[in-house]
Write a protein that binds this ligand. Structure first.
Ligand SMILES: NC(=O)c1ccc[n+]([C@@H]2O[C@H](COP(=O)([O-])OP(=O)(O)OC[C@H]3O[C@@H](n4cnc5c(N)ncnc54)[C@H](O)[C@@H]3O)[C@@H](O)[C@H]2O)c1
Length: 419
C-alpha cells in the first residue's frame, strides 16, 4: 500500500482555538504534515466565511490551493466522505453532539479539552469511544509541551524518588472567562473546567493514579454583580480594567486573523455568543479564584491555586513536585525546569525551550499538529477521552466541595462511566 500523503480535515468551531491554533498551524505545517482542511463548520456564517478566506490565504502562502466546503450544521460535516479527521473546537457544551456521531461514523476525532461541560456528557463520549473501538485524541496541551514532558521523563526515571506532593500555581493573566460563554457553568463547566481540567489531567498523568477525594475553597469577591451594568463593552465607554481586549497583544502571529474574529463577535446579540459581556452583568456563576486539594492513593497530595481575573501579565503558571529524594520546579514562562535530587546533593537546571517556544502554548500546539498527523496514520493517541472524563469528574467534585464551603467530597460521589 502506498503511504497516504495527505489527510483531509474538517473543523467544527472556528473561534480562537479552531482558527488560530488548529487551522493556522495546519496550514503552516502542511508541507510536513499533509493535513489539508477540506470542510469547515461554525454556527456563525460570517465567521465561517471569513475563516475560510483566512485559511485559504494561509495555505496559499505555502503554494497550496484548498477549497473547504462550508457547513452550518456539524452533523453534515461529519457525514462528508471527504473528511478523514473531524476536529471539534466548538464551545464545550457542543462537544458531545459532535464527538459521539463522529466516533460512530468511524472518523478520526480530535476533541478539544475540556471533554465536556459536565460528567454526563463526558461519560457519553467515553462510552461512544469504547463502543466504536475508535479512540479520540484530546487537546490537553501540557501533554505536548516540552517542559512538562521533560518533568514527566525525570519523574519516570526516578530522579526525585517516590512522588509525595504536586502543586500548580495558575494566576491566569487574562479575564476572558468573565466576558464570554465561560461565564456560566452550564455552557463551559466553569473556568475551573476550562483551565483546571488541563492541570488535573497533569496530576493524573504524573501520579499514574485516580484521585480519591477533594476539598476546595472558592471566592467570588472580585467582580460583584451590578443590575445596572451595561450589557457589553462595545456599548460602554467606561475606563474599566476588564474591558474586552482584542487578542493581538497576546498573539502577535494572529494579526491577520484578529479582525475577522472581532467583527463576527460584535454582531452576536445573545449573551452566550457575545465575547464582550460586561463582567459586572448578573448571571455569572464562576468562582474568580480558588484553592483545591486532592488526595491520591499512598497519601499523595495535589493542590491547585488559581485566579481568573488578570491582571494582564506574563504567564505565571508553575508546577512543583516534591518527591522522597528531591524536588522539581517548572516555570512555564521561562521553559525552565529546576531539579534537586539525591536529597539535595545535586542541582540541575534544564532549559526546555524548543524551537517553537514563542508560538502558542509554548510550542505545544505545533507539536499537537504533528501528533495529529501520526494519529491519522494509526498511532494511538497520547491522551484520550477517559483522561478527559476523569479531569472533568475532578472539576465537578471540586465545585461540589467549593459550593458546600469546603466540605470533603469523595470522587465516588461523581458519576462515572460504567464500562
Ligand atoms: N487546548 C487548549 O489549550 C484550548 C485553548 C483554547 C480553547 N480550547 C477549547 O476549544 C473550544 C473552543 O474554544 P475557543 O477559545 O475557540 O472558543 P470561541 O468562543 O473563540 O469559539 C467557539 C466557536 O464555536 C462556535 N460554535 C458554538 N456552537 C456551535 C455549534 N453548535 N456548531 C458549530 N459551531 C459552534 C462558535 O460560534 C465559535 O465560533 C472550547 O472547548 C475550549 O475549551 C482549548
Amino acid at each position: 500500500m502506498p503511504e497516504q500523503t495527505t489527510f483531509r480535515v474538517g473543523i467544527i468551531g472556528l473561534g480562537v482555538r479552531g482558527l488560530y491554533s488548529l487551522a493556522r498551524l495546519m496550514a503552516d505545517t502542511y508541507p510536513e504534515t499533509g493535513l489539508e482542511i477540506t470542510a469547515l463548520c461554525d454556527r456563525n456564517p460570517r465567521r465561517m466565511r471569513e475563516a475560510r478566506d483566512v485559511i485559504q490565504s494561509r495555505y496559499a502562502q505555502r503554494g497550496v490551493e484548498i477549497q473547504p466546503r462550508l457547513y452550518q450544521e456539524g452533523r453534515d460535516l461529519i457525514q462528508d466522505p471527504a473528511v478523514d479527521l473531524v476536529a471539534v473546537t466548538s464551545m464545550t457544551d457542543t462537544h458531545r453532539a459532535f464527538a459521539v456521531p463522529a466516533l460512530r461514523a468511524g472518523k478520526k476525532v480530535y476533541c478539544d479539552k475540556p471533554l465536556a461541560q459536565n460528567a454526563e456528557d463526558a461519560i457519553a463520549i467515553v462510552e461512544a469511544e469504547v463502543e466504536s473501538e475508535n479512540p479520540l485524541i484530546m487537546g490537553f496541551t501540557r501533554r505536548y509541551e516540552d517542559a512538562w514532558l521533560k518533568v514527566y521523563g525525570l519523574l519516570q526515571a526516578g530522579a526525585i524518588g517516590d512522588l509525595v506532593m504536586l502543586q500548580i500555581r495558575d494566576i491566569i493573566p487574562y479575564h476572558r472567562y468573565l466576558t464570554a460563554w465561560w461565564r456560566r457553568r452550564a455552557w463551559s463547566g466553569g473556568a475551573l473546567n476550562d483551565k483546571g481540567s488541563h492541570l488535573f489531567d497533569v496530576f493524573n498523568w504524573f501520579t499514574g493514579e485516580r484521585a480519591l477525594k477533594v476539598h476546595g475553597f472558592g471566592g467570588r469577591s472580585v467582580v460583584e454583580p451590578d443590575p445596572d451594568a451595561p450589557r457589553r463593552c462595545s456599548e460602554c465607554a467606561r475606563d474599566c480594567p476588564y474591558r474586552r481586549r482584542s487578542y493581538e497583544t497576546k498573539l502577535p502571529e494572529a494579526m491577520d486573523l484578529v479582525p475577522h474574529i472581532g467583527a463576527s463577535w460584535l454582531e452576536e446579540d445573545e449573551e452566550k455568543f457575545m465575547d464582550d459581556v460586561c463582567v459586572y452583568a448578573p448571571g455569572s456563576d464562576l468562582y474568580h479564584n480558588g484553592s483545591i486539594h486532592f488526595q491520591y492513593p499512598n497519601e499523595v497530595i495535589a493542590s491547585y491555586f488559581y485566579s481568573i481575573f488578570g491582571p494582564e501579565a506574563e504567564d505565571q503558571e508553575t508546577l512543583e513536585l516534591v518527591g522522597k529524594e528531591g524536588r522539581i520546579r517548572l516555570t512555564r514562562q521561562t521553559g525552565q525546569v529546576d531539579l534537586v535530587t539525591a536529597h539535595g546533593k545535586r542541582h540541575e537546571v534544564f532549559d526546555c525551550r524548543g524551537e517553537h517556544f514563542q508560538d502558542s502554548h509554548f510550542g505545544a500546539d505545533r507539536a499537537l499538529i504533528y501528533e495529529l498527523r501520526r494519529f491519522c496514520e494509526g498511532t494511538p493517541p497520547p491522551v484520550s477521552a477517559a483522561a478527559g472524563l476523569e479531569a472533568t469528574r475532578m472539576v465537578m467534585a471540586a465545585l461540589r466541595s467549593m459550593d458546600a464551603g469546603g466540605k470533603t467530597v469523595a470522587m465516588s460521589e461523581v458519576p462515572d462511566a460504567q464500562l
